[in-house]
Design a protein around this ligand. Structure first.
Ligand SMILES: Nc1ncnc2c1ncn2[C@@H]1O[C@H](COP(=O)(O)OP(=O)(O)OP(=O)(O)O)[C@@H](O)[C@H]1O
Length: 265
């Protein structure tokens, strides 16, 4: 792919907190119109990467752009990029519908849009429920509903599968697939590999630095190898390499970066 196809582009992105490097020299382009999983263990730097992409954290080095611009410089960014991240708050005492209507006001959208996204995300029956009385799964649906309000081209979802029951996981999978089917770019961070394996087109695996960027099919040999096995080979090659393996053949990571989703030196 050429970088022109990229909805999200990270170039040498690095973040250091008081001597601790959370993200190191991350360069990757994420293709438009696909579901891309940003995968890594706890503490791998996924949230920090997304926060830098959204202008919520300042990179120590490197750049991050969405739809060709740094988020802060993107015209109509709040309409074009839908975001679901922990810590985005909520209004004390608000109901599900009330919360979404507040966001409608902030975004300059008609209040009726709140009901539309509640339908899309299956929470219409909970419209009058206080947000603080909602289950984790319901809150995840509400967060996605809020992200969808402005009908964005790009969705950035940090750990949207956390707390979902099997029905919720299936719903999320179908929803993300259908959003990408409509031409949207979906970037979803997770450490829940089994769930993601059935959802994503492309995979970015990071463990502070980039370990893999490419299609899921290329990574798993079209399902011949489980994502989980490939994941551990990439993030922890020493633990998974057979004793007879030479360092050269064990070296995985950015060397295996098919052209359709690219990591860039
Ligand atoms: N504001 C901060 N100040 C100091 N260190 C931070 C800060 N934010 C993140 N870190 C550290 O940066 C590293 C990466 O954290 P990050 O939250 O980005 O990882 P993650 O992959 O999203 O993990 P998880 O799956 O647990 O959410 C961790 O070591 C974390 O402790």
């Amino acid at each position: 792919m050429t970088t022109n196809d990229a909805a999200v582009s990270l170039s040498h992105l690095t973040k250091t907190y008081k001597g601790v490097t959370a993200v190191e020299d991350l360069s990757v382009d994420i293709r438009a119109g696909r579901v891309t999983g940003l995968l890594g263990r706890n503490g791998a730097g996924k949230t920090t990467t997304l926060r830098m992409l959204l202008g919520l954290a300042t990179p120590t080095a490197g750049t991050a752009t969405v739809l060709g611009k740094p988020y802060a410089e993107l015209p109509h960014a709040a309409h074009r990029v839908g975001v679901s991240m922990d810590g985005m708050g909520g209004t004390p005492g608000a109901t599900v519908r009330g919360e979404l209507r507040i966001w409608c006001t902030v975004l300059g959208l008609p209040a009726t849009r709140a009901d539309e996204v509640m339908e899309i995300t299956g929470i219409a029956d909970a419209a009058t429920r206080p947000v603080k009385g909602c289950s984790t799964g319901m809150r995840q649906r509400l967060a996605l509903a809020a992200a969808l309000l402005a009908d964005p081209e790009v969705l950035i979802l940090d750990e949207p599968a956390n707390g979902l029951d099997p029905d919720g996981i299936r719903w999320l999978r179908d929803t993300l697939r259908s959003l990408a089917g409509e031409g949207r770019t979906v970037v979803v961070s997770s450490h829940q590999l089994a769930e993601l394996e059935q959802t994503v087109d492309d995979v970015v695996i990071m463990q502070r630095s980039l370990r893999y960027a490419g299609t899921l099919d290329d990574l798993t040999g079209h399902g011949a190898v489980r994502l989980e096995d490939r994941f551990f080979e990439l993030v922890d090659p020493a633990a998974t390499a057979p004793a007879t393996r030479t360092p050269a053949t064990a070296a995985p990571a950015a060397a295996r970066t098919p052209e359709r989703i690219t990591s860039r030196a």
